[in-house]
Design a protein. Structure first.
Length: 279
């Protein structure tokens, strides 16, 4: 299956992290190891495995520590440093949280952990996905920082501002553009924009900002239902469909096109198109 190619990439990441716990484990470096776009690496990784990259690195650190405790004779402080913990207290706390034993008690018990493996996400809900060639599109929006589920206020500001300025005739579909990967940065630092595709010329002044939606090939997932279900849809798109499709992600943020709104539509009837750029 094509999926195996993606699994092999993530296994390369596992091997690299295990061998370089005291080195560069930045997302840029791990994306290069996986031969995936920096922008999409975290989405693919977390959707396929069900854990964040940071959580994975923490798990590998503690696994290697457990191995060194049982098979080696290094001091616990030295093992902590080898596994990326500069502070033995933080190491001891993290180790006990993970294994239920202090490093000293774990060493005394002398039982090794099972071989380290990637986790694998369970069953996915199925969605309809098509591939669409989209033309570049100008976009006018309001920047939002923080939880994506709170972007509604930015949409309200964008709509009221555009309509009060007489932009109604050039407003196309309502769109949300999502620049940050959930789990990669703290929720309060996630960046997005809420606004509209423009079908004609318009002069933009704050709080409206311009953004260009790039043209090209997109995988388009059709989601029907409340916005709270979108995370599950993203997991299917990046964790199952993409690895099995033979397609490669392309740099650029995914965006959502809203075919109706909660203003006049029941939650179960909301239709959202998730557009993910592919090569």
């Amino acid at each position: 299956m094509v999926r195996h190619a993606y699994e092999d990439r993530l296994l390369r990441v596992l091997d690299y992290v295990y061998a370089h716990l005291d080195g560069d484990l930045s997302l840029d470096t791990l994306a290069d190891v996986a031969a995936l776009s920096r922008f999409h690496f975290h989405r693919v990784f977390s959707a396929m495995t069900g854990e964040t990259v940071a959580g994975f690195i923490r798990r590998v650190r503690l696994y290697k520590a457990s191995h060194l405790l049982v098979r080696g004779e290094d001091e616990i402080e030295c093992i902590a440093q080898l596994c990326g913990y500069p502070n033995p207290r933080s190491f001891a706390r993290a180790f006990q949280d993970a294994f239920g034993l202090t490093p000293t008690a774990f060493r005394a018990r002398g039982v090794e952990m099972p071989p380290l493996r990637l986790t694998e996400k369970g069953d996915y809900v199925m969605y309809e996905i098509t591939i669409d060639d989209r033309a570049p599109a100008p976009f006018a929006g309001v920047a939002h920082k923080g939880d994506y589920m709170e972007i509604g206020q930015a949409f309200e500001v964008a709509a009221k501002t555009a309509l009060s300025r007489g932009m109604g005739p050039v407003l196309g579909p309502m769109v949300g553009v999502y620049f940050s990967n959930p789990g990669e940065v703290p929720v309060e630092e996630m960046q997005s924009m809420a606004g509209f595709i423009l079908t004609g010329d318009a002069r933009l002044e704050p709080p409206l900002e311009p953004f260009a939606l790039s043209g090209g090939r997109y995988a388009v997932l059709r989601h029907v239902g409340p916005y709270t279900g979108l995370r599950q849809a993203y997991d299917y798109l990046y964790g199952k469909w993409l690895p099995e499709s033979g397609e490669e992600p392309r740099d650029g943020p995914p965006f959502e096109i809203y075919e109706n709104t909660p203003m006049d539509t029941a939650p179960e009837d909301l239709v959202t198109l998730i557009c993910a750029p592919i090569r």
